[in-house]
Structure formats: structure tokens, C-alpha cells
Ligand binder design. Structure first.
Ligand SMILES: [Zn+2]
Length: 354
């Protein structure tokens, strides 16, 4: 059986890594076009201008990643003939950077300003319509040529973002295991190599050992050793784990949670964390396994119930909507225990009562 593994070409991480961006974009043809999140621009522009000795061409990004926005940004950048497009900011700015790079035939670099999910290392970008409705996931031909993670920048972001990144990452080992048990394909269209399972498991162990300490450092602007490890797990290990290991029920649940207005505003990683609890119940894991993970959630502040995601109790109609939409997600079948509506609603209800 043929199996495929993919990864970014280079991953660079450390405090002050932004200063090394010119060296790395120099290796990628030396004509960078920076696509910067409008909200993040004031935080990074002085460092970038200093590092490059004058700012390279910049496109500012705000709003939604729509096909119209991608076309407009690509049109604005085309005359620069960039060799590399550098997306700088949150997930949407990075996705916009990937999309513009593809449109212009340039290399892709991602510079995340938060560690709230694994998008920086991924070859996928997500496109929405004008009403913030998900249209679908597009795939680049390959993973980013460069992922540059300045942990001093990321340590200035509120702890909630890193907590969400931990929630997105903690599920990967369980999802890769479930996908493998179901014989499901990964994002590469083949079953996963064993390496992906090892990476996802290492991701889990790293988070269990260091997440609480890392969260204590989040927001202070001074990354310590635990913070470095957890950021690496939330971005690199988590990304490699999901693209190469496959997804399952935990991520399928995000389909329903984003369709329900009460839970939609929560962050992706918060959705995934709760979805993982559903997955473990569906898989009929031992009560001790669930209790252990719930203890970790309580320590780190991850959501234990739907009400934690919504900020208020979630009614039966909303629960039915979440279950129905989640079941329609392809990942919902990547398990040895494919749930039906009754099983899913029963698991969701059980969590609310715990
Ligand atoms: Zn995810």
C-alpha cells in the first residue's frame, strides 16, 4: 500500500524570529510581497521595516477570505511579480496569503501572530462567501515553503488563542488513531504513514506535560521553554499530525458548531476540544480516560460542555442542528464506531449532564 507524508519545506521558530525573515525570503527568490493582517500591522511593521531596512511591498488584509477578495489582492500584487507571498497575522490572513501566492505562482510563507490552530503549516486554505458562510477548503500543490514563528510576538497575544491552539492539537492523536482504524485516507488521499501517528502522540504528550505552564506565560510577551514547546506542538506537530494522520469525529463536530449561531463565535480549537469529548464517548472509551482528559480541560480552561462554548445553555433544537450538520461532515465516518443521530445526541446530552 502506498502512503504519502507531506510537510513545510522549512519551519523556523524562536523569540525575535521576525528579524530573520529577510534571510529566509532571500532564499525564496528575494522579492517578497507581505500580506499583513490590518490589526497585526502595528505590532510587526517596525520590526519588519528594521529587518528589511525599508519595508517591502505590503498588502493589508481585513475581512473575509472570499474569492472576490483573493482576486482583488492578487490583482493589486501582480505588478510586483513577487517570488514569495508572506501571509502575516491570524488564520484568515495566512489563508489569504496562501491563496494570493497560488494566484501569482509565488512561493508561500506563513508568519502567524497567534498559535490558535495549525493552519500555518497546512497546505489548505478555507474560503468563505460574503455572509461568512463556509464555501470549502482549497488545497495548495504543496505545504508552505516557509513557516516562521516569532514566539515573542505570539507571547503577546491573549492566552485564549494559545488555549484554542491546545484544543485543536490535543485531539490529533485520537483522530489519527480513529482514521487509521477506519482505513480512512488523509489529506494526501492515502492512508497515513506511522510517522504521523508518532507525531500526533508526541503532540499530545507535550501538551499534557507543558500546557498549563505555557498558558501561564501567554500574554506576557516573554516566551519560556514550556511556551516554546507548546507553540511548536500547536503549530508544527498538530499540523503534521492532521494532514498526514487524518481527522475524525472531533473535527466533524466543528461543522455543526459553526452552523449553530449560539456556538459559532467560539474559536476553532475550542470547538475541536469539545468535539473530542464527544468522540471519546462515541468510541466508548473507559470512564477513566474521559475523566483524565476532562481534568486536563478543567486545569487549562478548555470547554467541558456546549454551554461553555455558547456562554449560555444550548437548547434541544440547537443540539439537533449541531448533530445533523456534524454527521454530514466526511470526517464523521473516519471511525470504527460511525455514529447515527441518536448516538450523537446521546453523547452530547451525556456531556452536558457531567
Ligand atoms: Zn483543526
Amino acid at each position: 500500500m502506498i502512503r504519502v507524508f507531506g510537510a513545510p519545506h522549512r519551519y523556523v521558530q524562536g523569540p525575535g524570529a521576525l528579524a530573520a525573515l529577510p534571510e529566509w525570503t532571500g532564499r525564496l527568490g528575494g522579492r517578497p510581497l507581505l500580506l499583513i493582517d490590518k490589526a497585526v500591522r502595528p505590532l510587526v511593521e517596525p520590526a519588519l521595516a528594521g529587518a528589511y531596512r525599508g519595508l517591502p511591498p505590503v498588502l493589508e488584509f481585513a475581512g473575509e477570505v472570499t474569492f472576490a477578495a483573493i482576486d482583488a489582492l492578487a490583482a493589486a500584487g501582480r505588478a510586483r511579480a513577487p517570488s514569495v507571498v508572506v501571509g502575516i497575522g491570524g488564520g484568515k490572513a495566512l489563508d489569504a496569503g496562501k491563496a494570493v501566492a497560488r494566484a501569482l505562482g509565488a512561493a508561500v510563507a506563513t508568519v502567524p501572530s497567534i498559535a490558535s490552530n495549525d493552519a500555518p503549516t497546512s497546505k489548505i486554505f478555507v474560503v468563505y462567501d460574503e455572509n461568512h458562510g463556509l464555501i470549502g477548503a482549497e488545497h495548495l500543490e504543496r505545504n508552505p515553503d516557509l513557516v516562521l514563528v516569532d514566539t515573542a510576538l505570539i507571547a503577546r497575544a491573549p492566552a485564549r488563542f494559545l488555549r484554542a491552539g491546545i484544543g485543536d492539537a490535543i485531539a490529533k492523536t485520537f483522530e489519527a488513531e480513529a482514521a487509521a482504524a477506519a482505513g480512512a485516507n488523509t489529506m494526501h488521499g492515502t492512508p497515513g504513514l506511522w510517522t504521523a501517528r508518532l507525531l500526533a502522540e508526541g503532540c499530545y504528550r507535550t501538551l499534557r506535560a507543558h500546557a498549563a505552564e505555557a498558558l501561564a506565560a501567554a500574554g506576557r510577551g516573554e516566551p519560556d521553554a514550556a511556551f516554546e514547546r507548546v507553540v511548536e506542538a500547536a503549530i508544527l506537530l498538530s499540523g503534521l499530525g492532521f494532514e498526514n494522520g487524518g481527522l475524525s469525529i472531533a473535527h466533524a463536530m466543528t461543522r455543526g458548531l459553526t452552523a449553530c449561531p449560539a456556538t459559532a463565535p467560539a474559536l476553532h480549537g475550542e470547538h475541536v476540544a469539545w468535539g473530542l469529548l464527544v468522540q471519546l464517548l462515541i468510541e466508548r472509551r473507559a470512564a477513566a480516560v474521559l475523566a483524565d482528559l476532562r481534568g486536563f480541560y478543567a486545569t487549562t480552561g478548555l470547554p467541558l460542555r456546549l454551554a461553555d462554548l455558547a456562554g449560555k445553555p444550548v437548547g434541544e433544537a440547537d443540539m439537533a442542528l449541531i448533530a445533523e450538520r456534524s454527521l454530514a461532515a466526511p470526517h464523521a465516518r473516519n471511525t470504527a464506531y460511525p455514529p447515527d443521530m441518536t448516538a450523537l445526541l446521546s453523547a452530547m446530552g451525556e456531556l452536558e449532564r457531567m
